[in-house]
Ligand binder design. Structure first.
Ligand code: PPS
Length: 570
């Protein structure tokens, strides 16, 4: 008799301490140096501790990190495609030494785990970007994250789990790998095909996943990512409500839904392997890989970062070692004359194929246009419409940037008055000077403080935008990366328009309303933007205005026209 091959994955590294030891660790941790985890780190830690990232037992040390970046393998040769690192600030790293234990806390200060410090090092981020993501172009979300959000140092070390991160939402849909394996065992599911997604599901996805499962005679796990996805994606609350509606479309007892608290990197082919390893840990035997799996979109020249089937190819090369079988995704299209979905390669000549692209779907949602029932389920569309009202009901931010004296405040004021006259949304003006008085009075004009100032403005504007109001911001905001952070914060919540007030410095200096340029030239005022402090000219501003040529009234009018053109006013 052949050896019995046990389904549902290999050994799991469950890193939580038993209850009594966890209590003791909690008491000791009061003395430890503490690191407040970022959202991404909290996701990584969650999956490290619950075994989803088995065989990892902690954040990578330097030898593993180098080897993962270079060869997609841990130092011992085990296949592992994505570096899972704990990034910290230089100041925090400086205080650490090998063997020391540190406390890892969530944003509320709850102790999640302790880490025994192994290596502390400053990674070469350009090398990491090139090796792992195949590019140093920071239009790639993970490269952007690495360069501008992640700390400068990494800390590797083994973890001891104390308390699982709390999730208040959709609790019944969250499972650890052990729980999901047990569910499969209990249900008698010997083969399970997992479907990874970060988007709402429509009919084509339902058809595709159902067919995939039928083809390999497996049950189906819808396993959407609810940790961090691509900036700009539909929020997970809305998506999960949609998934629950779609679940009703499968025959009973064939399909399960479970949420995965993963922080995606959008690393295409490498990410596909990572996703597969995680799904194997969750007890799945098969994994669906489609076109452009975990694709980050296009680079700054409009070219895709990865080929559409690179992920499938890389998977195929490592399929045996991965120990989970790929089910390649077949494009499903709707054939109108047959009133059914078919794989694109089964469409006959003369068939009428209907399609709505992702972009077209978003446009219809945005403009409140009809979405046909062959495309999606009415309940799904209803959820999406509720969460994403048409643009004329969404909030937006107008973010002015430009030199002192360029005319930002004057145009911002004119614009505010015109929007108040329109009267359909509340308006808040966050002018540079006013913010510095009320919100940032303790800040200087150092780079750190300017960035902090802009992030504060961005935060307030994002809240206003989320709640469907209008925020007009008018700081200098001299640094491109910080402006980009603000954009990323706001764009998923509503409109974001960067207005570069590009009045030449000679004109600003000539005006010198506050006499600051004179003081700066005389060396009395140090670090003045444009004189002895940098201003990084925006490359992608939605609107560029030079007030030498345009009155504030006309400038404000131009902005209103742009808003109208994009559907935010009507
Ligand atoms: S920043 O860089 O975005 O945080 O600057 P901001 O908050 O917009 O503040 C700019 C206003 O502060 C005055 N001021 C200076 N500006 C630039 N550099 C230095 N060193 C400086 N010191 C004071 C100046 O009046 C700016 O106002 P505006 O409205 O831009 O003229």
């Amino acid at each position: 008799m052949g050896a019995f091959k046990k389904p549902h994955g290999g050994e799991l590294k469950y890193l939580y301490l038993p209850a009594a030891e966890a209590e003791a660790e909690k008491a000791k941790a009061k003395e430890y140096a503490s690191w407040d985890l970022t959202q991404r780190q909290l996701c990584d830690l969650d999956l490290l501790l619950n075994g989803a990232f088995s065989p990892l037992e902690g954040f990578l040390g330097q030898a593993d990190y180098d080897s993962v970046c270079k060869d997609m393998r841990l130092a011992d040769g085990t296949l592992w495609p994505i570096p899972i690192t704990l990034d910290v600030s230089e100041a925090f790293a400086e205080g650490l030494s090998a063997g020391q234990v540190i406390a890892l806390r969530d944003p509320e200060g709850v102790l999640i785990a302790t880490l025994e410090v192994g290596d502390v090092w400053a990674p070469d981020k350009a090398v990491e970007a090139e090796k792992v993501f195949g590019t140093t172009d920071d239009t790639h979300p993970a490269v952007h994250y690495l360069n501008t959000i992640a700390g400068s140092h990494y800390v590797g070390g083994k973890l001891r789990g104390v308390e699982a991160p709390t999730h208040y939402d959709f609790r019944l849909l969250r499972d650890t790998p052990a729980q999901l394996r047990e569910r499969f065992e209990k249900a008698g599911w010997r083969k399970v095909v997992a479907f990874q997604t970060r988007n709402p599901l429509h009919r084509a996805h339902q058809e595709l996943t159902f067919r995939a499962a039928r083809e390999v005679e497996a049950n189906l796990l819808i396993h959407p990512v609810v940790g961090m996805t691509k900036p700009g994606d539909i929020d997970h609350f809305t998506r999960v409500r949609c998934y629950e509606h779609v679940l009703e479309q499968y025959p009973e007892q064939t399909t399960a839904l479970s949420l995965l608290n993963l922080a995606m990197r959008m690393a295409g082919p490498r990410e596909a392997l990572w996703h597969a390893i995680v799904r194997k840990n969750y007890g799945c035997t098969h994994f669906i890989v489609g076109r452009d799996h975990a694709g980050p979109g296009n680079d700054r020249n409009g070219q895709p970062f990865y080929g559409p089937y690179d992920a499938q190819e890389l998977f195929r090369e490592h399929e045996e070692e991965l120990g989970i079988t790929m089910v390649p995704f077949k494009m499903m299209v709707y054939v109108e004359n047959r009133a059914e979905y078919l794989p694109a390669d089964e469409v006959a000549e003369g068939d009428r194929v209907l399609d709505i692209s992702g972009t077209e779907f978003r446009r219809r949602l945005r403009d409140g246009l009809e979405i046909p029932s062959w495309f999606s389920y009415p309940k799904v569309v209803e959820e999406l419409r509720r969460a994403h009202p048409p643009r004329h009901q969404q909030g937006f931010t107008i973010f002015f940037t430009g030199l002192s004296g360029s005319g930002k405040s004057t145009i911002a004021n004119a614009l505010m008055v015109k929007l108040l006259e329109d009267g359909r949304r509340p308006v808040t003006l966050l002018d540079g000077d006013v913010v510095r008085k009320h919100l940032s009075s303790e800040l200087t004009f150092s780079k750190e403080h300017r960035d902090l100032n802009i992030r504060r403005i961005g935060y307030v504007a994002s809240e206003i935008t989320k709640n469907r109001g209008i925020a007009i911001c008018a700081p200098i905001a001299p640094y491109a990366a910080t402006r980009r952070q603000v954009r990323d914060m706001i764009e998923p919540l509503g409109g974001f328009f960067e207005v570069h007030v590009a009045t030449p410095i000679e004109v600003c200096e000539d005006r010198d309303r506050k006499g600051l340029y004179a003081k700066a030239r005389a060396g009395i005022l140090k670090g003045f933007t444009g004189i002895d402090d940098p201003y990084e000219v925006p490359e992608n501003a939605e609107i560029v205005i030079d007030t030498t040529e345009l009155t504030p009234d006309l400038a404000a009018h131009r902005i209103l026209i742009t808003l109208e053109k994009h559907g935010f006013l009507r």
